[in-house]
Structures are given as structure tokens and as C-alpha cells.
Design a protein. Structure first.
Length: 231
């Protein structure tokens, strides 16, 4: 997958307009770098720091593999911003996140019980969704610890559609495949595959659209992820 500088810049600016608006990330923040660079979400860790002049603090591979041991490290390093997968965060003691004021989940479904444990005053907790083909993050939901865990609404510049098997948009409250358009669309180096996966969406007059293969339910407060269409 080839992600352009324009795609990356769009994501960085969209997240800057989304997270911590009352007290934005700045030079005083310390952002954990704990995800493998083979995982596209590692870009979010780096870009969150570099966009705002914050300090990027790398964890070692052994610390990340240990999982539970990474929790105390967060406290020792005064980490204030974390982007991670729910499976890893579930291993950390609640008190190890006392200094964390922005916690971003992505990469896998987020359990409601984890959200309930980690949402607290003075901390924003977000659930995000996005394939590499649409530049890491496509949509996000600010979590409160109540109600369903949503993947949310599109980032500024991204377009989302929920369609039936004929490619027509479904009614609000209905289920369908998530299709992505807009500023985050990357491309495949293989032209045939690119044409297949990023073909036009005629029902909405989108010249290019990425078909995720993921099922979601369309709701006014944000999308709910239901699983893969082929499962």
C-alpha cells in the first residue's frame, strides 16, 4: 500500500483538530512509541508527537512483549499520550495510566469493560478505526464508559458510506459494508488490485472508494463495528 505525503498530512491535521481541544498536545507531553513499525498504527504514535513538538519515548521490544510490565514503565517515564491496542492496555494496572491524558485505541475491537475501567476525569479515551488503505485512521469516537463502544464518525476530510450488496447506501440503523472515500485514500502499487479495491462508487458519484469488507451498523451517533463480511 502506498500512502502519500498528502494522505499523511491530512491525517495529522484531522487528528490535531480532534484530540484534546481544550489543552492540545504540546512540548510538555510525552508520547509512547510502543507499536512495531510493521504496524501502520506506529505512524500515529510518531505523528502525534512530531505534529505538536512533543517528546516521543520509545519502549523496547522486550517491554512491549512483556505487556504487564509496560504499565509501570508508563508511570516511570511520565507518559501522557498513548496510542495502542486494547489487548495490550488491558494488561496495565489502572494507576499506571494516572499521567495519561490522551488514550487512543485502535487495531481491534475494544471491550466495554476496558473502557469503563480507563475512562476518568482529565483523560480523553478514543476508539478509532481505519485500514492502511485509508491512512491508518478513518473514524473515531470519544468514549464515555456508557453505551456501546463505537468506531464513530469520519475524520475531517474522510467520507464514509454504509452500503448493501448492490452498493446502495443503507438506511440509518441498518447494517452494511463500510466503504471509505476522501482525503485518506491511498493506493496499491498493483494497478489491477488498485482498480478492484478502489473502484468508483456509482451510487454516490465517488470517483474512488475503498471497500473495507467490514460490516458496520449506521447510527447517528457513530458507526458500530460488527465484524468481517466474509465471516
Amino acid at each position: 500500500v502506498a500512502v502519500t505525503h498528502r494522505n499523511a498530512a491530512a491525517l495529522v491535521d484531522a487528528e490535531a483538530a480532534l484530540f484534546l481541544q481544550e489543552e492540545p498536545i504540546g512540548p510538555g507531553d510525552r508520547v509512547m512509541a510502543g507499536l512495531s513499525v510493521a504496524f501502520d498504527a506506529s505512524c500515529e504514535e510518531m505523528w502525534l508527537a512530531w505534529r505538536h513538538g512533543a517528546c516521543l519515548v520509545p519502549a523496547t521490544r522486550s517491554q512491549v512483549r512483556d505487556g504487564a510490565g509496560l504499565g509501570p514503565w508508563l508511570a516511570e517515564q511520565d507518559i501522557t499520550v498513548v496510542s495502542t491496542v486494547p489487548t495490550l492496555a488491558a494488561l496495565w494496572p489502572t494507576e499506571s495510566l494516572n499521567d495519561v491524558r490522551l488514550l487512543v485505541f485502535g487495531g481491534e475491537p475494544c471491550p466495554p469493560e476496558l473502557v469503563e475501567r480507563l475512562v476518568t476525569e482529565g483523560r480523553e479515551v478514543w476508539n478509532t478505526y481505519g485500514p492502511t488503505e485509508a491512512t491508518v485512521v478513518t473514524c473515531a469516537s470519544l468514549l464515555t464508559g456508557e453505551g456501546p463502544v463505537r468506531i464513530g464518525l469520519p475524520l475531517d476530510g474522510w467520507d464514509l458510506a454504509v452500503v448493501d450488496r448492490a452498493g446502495a447506501p443503507v438506511a440509518m440503523g441498518s447494517t452494511g459494508q463500510l466503504v471509505i472515500g476522501g482525503a485518506g485514500l491511498a493506493r496499491y502499487l498493483d494497478r489491477d488490485r488498485d482498480a478492484e479495491k478502489y473502484g468508483p462508487l456509482a451510487s454516490l458519484d465517488w470517483p474512488r472508494a475503498y471497500r473495507t469488507g467490514d460490516l458496520v451498523r449506521a447510527e447517528p451517533d457513530g458507526l458500530i463495528f460488527l465484524g468481517r463480511d466474509d465471516e
